[in-house]
Design a protein around this ligand. Sequence first.
Ligand SMILES: [Fe+2]
Length: 280
Amino acid sequence: MSHTIAPTGSALGAIITELNLSRPLDDDIAASLRTALLEHVLLVFPGQTLTPKQLAKFCRLFGSITRHILDQFHHPEEPDLSIISNVVESGKGRTTARMAGSYWHSDLSYIAEPVDASMLYAVEVPQTGGDTLFANLYEAFEALPVDTQASLRDLTAVHNLMSGNGTDAKVALTDSQRTRVPDVIHPVVRRHPETGREALFVNPGFTRRIVELDQTKSDALLAELYAHATRECFIYRHKWTAGDLTLFDGRASMHSATGGYPSTARRTLWRAFMGGRYKI
Ligand SMILES: [Fe+2]
């Protein structure tokens, strides 16, 4: 039986069922999933049971993998995956004051040649809370007045892993890690190389400032754009069940963890970053 692709009904996302990702996928199915990712920006595959090797192999259908700079969280069996966990005794648990990723961001926007897409796979999740929000940055951009769109196209922004919001949800870098993530500059409006659509490409987690504006004006414009882009109409909220796998296009979306569960509740996800690595 062929897989089904059902839109979530929110601003982004589709649910893919009738597909067992632990088995090799033929080329037609892989192509169909790549097309669906471009169309829906976010894909959710519920009910998957995958080993680290199987998961990494599936991710590579969407491009070569870039390993996360926080190499202390690489998966011991498959370093192309990283572990996000609050389970300290696992040896991979994070001890930040706020949970990892609980600020709006596009993964790795702080590198000079960002990746195309990200994967998150839920290994264990709390009974309640721990949702992830996703925002559609195509729709956010397209909903802006035409003159605002035009003025944004002339702007660029500085990104850095440790700037922006979420300091208390970020793991401190070692000196050697810090030297690998200098400031980078990207356009504020990004044209997606495959769909041709334009999307906002600033995010509260990693964007430091707009290059062409003074700090006060930059702060005001970014705050306005973030308030706009995170309106309910541009958002999908994912409530995790163990075995859920999500894939999302970072060229057209940002996301945020939400917390909201007791510290005693175990939450572990595996993640990977795919494709890209070209100047934008
Ligand atoms: Fe993320």
